[in-house]
Design a protein around this ligand. Structure first.
Ligand code: CAA
Length: 379
């Protein structure tokens, strides 16, 4: 067992760390406040190869491994978790899904611009009545010659307003349940597709989350990913990798909380001592660091299994389940260490808590992760 990172992995981590400091740190708080999408930063992330990190060089991706992706996601999310989720959806759900299951024509047309940051992608599975119960797809895609006609509503779609390309799951055969769902690549400009509502959120406020309405939206058969009926499996397989991305985002938030806690505890005095001199603070910091280390091991293990083409679904679920809890707990402790200053916006540590909470919800709630883990253990 080797715990060393390669030189490339370390270089990616350092590049992401520098980028986060130079391009995100100053603006993250204000963008969060104003709910502003980081268009410029996302463009620059694309130029760096961070929007298609695991896409092969054939499609102008960075051709990196999942471990490098984890390290980059941590560094970006440490400073700006909104940017983290934008990056994660594009990398794990859209680029991965297309490269793994798309046709050569689809990859040439869509994957290259997505991997280079010219296009941004979104993944539309959730619906008003299909969150955790994802097979309950009400959006329909009815075949009409060389086209499908899509009707329905998708909600809580990350990147939905800013995306150029959306991977949409829709029912092509209601009677077949999970086996009657298909996936389509839908260009944002397709007539009949509209952004219906932008959500106002507790956290990750600088990312956009919208509902999308499809009304007689005509999509070419050539834009279907895989066979008719493959859509639910496509979504599940793609989300397995997505959960590694969200675990890394959660880790980044937890690491940011730990860094801020250490810094503040060495600066702030109470009762004539630095907070760092009190055991009450030391124990919090020790617990945070230990849990972060454990969550990182789980996340890196799932990433390594994915890189080795071995089954990783259970480990990705474990990583997300655990890392998201670690993020919420670390953010809470960080606020506690900061006392009243943690509760006000000026110190920006309250953002960690608001951003951390969603990691227990999207890409499968913690309850769904437990279902995935338990099914694997009990089968
Ligand atoms: N890989 C391959 N196939 C899988 C799979 C996987 N990981 N998980 C399930 N399947 C297959 C099953 O084997 C089954 O196929 P067969 O009938 O051929 O055996 C089929 O899919 C249906 O699966 P289930 O019977 O397990 O379906 P279920 O209704 O019991 O649901 C669930 C299982 C795990 C709860 C699933 O619905 C789920 O993961 N729900 C959560 C959805 C989710 O994560 N949504 C996130 C939205 S995207 C997002 O959040 C992005 C963002 O904005 C950041």
């Amino acid at each position: 067992m080797n715990f060393d990172f390669t030189e490339t992995q370390l270089m990616i981590r350092d590049t992401a760390r520098q980028f986060a400091q130079d391009e995100l740190a100053k603006s993250a708080g204000e963008r969060d406040e104003k709910e502003e999408f980081p268009h410029e930063a996302v463009k620059k992330l694309g130029e760096l190869g961070f929007m298609g990190m695991m896409v092969s060089e054939k499609y102008q991706g960075a051709g990196l491994d999942t471990v490098s992706y984890v390290l980059a996601m941590e560094e970006i999310s440490k400073v700006d978790a909104s940017c983290g989720v934008i990056m994660s959806v594009n990398n794990s759900l859209v680029c991965y899904g297309l490269e793994a299951y798309g046709t050569e024509e689809q990859k040439q047309k869509y994957l290259t611009p997505l991997a280079t940051g010219k296009f941004l992608g979104a993944f539309a599975l959730s619906e008003p009545e299909a969150g955790s119960d994802a097979t309950n797809q009400q959006t329909t895609a009815v075949r009409d010659g060389d086209y499908y006609i899509l009707n329905g509503t998708k909600n809580f779609i990350t990147n939905g307003a800013s995306a150029d390309i959306i991977l949409v799951m829709a029912s092509t055969d209601k009677s077949a349940g999970a086996h009657g769902v298909s996936t389509f690549i839908v260009e944002k400009t397709t007539p009949g597709l509209t952004v219906a509502k932008k959500e106002k959120k507790l956290g990750i406020r600088s990312s956009d989350t919208v509902s999308l309405a499809f009304q007689d939206c005509k999509v070419s058969v050539a834009n279907r990913i895989g066979d008719e009926g493959f859509g639910f499996k496509f979504a599940m397989k793609t989300l397995d990798g997505g959960r590694i991305g969200i675990a890394s985002q959660a880790l980044g938030i937890a690491m940011g909380s730990l860094d801020a806690s250490i810094k503040y505890s060495k600066e702030r005095k109470a009762f004539a001592h630095y907070l760092s001199e009190f055991q009450a603070t030391q124990f919090k910091i020790a617990d945070m660091a230990t849990r972060i280390e454990a969550a990182q091991m789980l996340t890196l293990k799932s990433a390594s299994l994915k890189d080795a083409n071995q089954p990783y679904s259970k480990y990705a679920a474990m990583a997300k389940l655990y890392a998201s809890k670690v993020a919420v707990d670390a953010a809470l402790e960080c606020i506690q260490i900061h006392g009243g200053y943690g509760y006000i916006k000026e110190y920006q540590v309250e953002r960690f808590l608001r951003d951390a909470k969603i990691t227990e919800i999207y890409e499968g709630t913690s309850e769904v992760q437990r279902i995935v883990i338990a099914r694997e253990l009990l089968k």
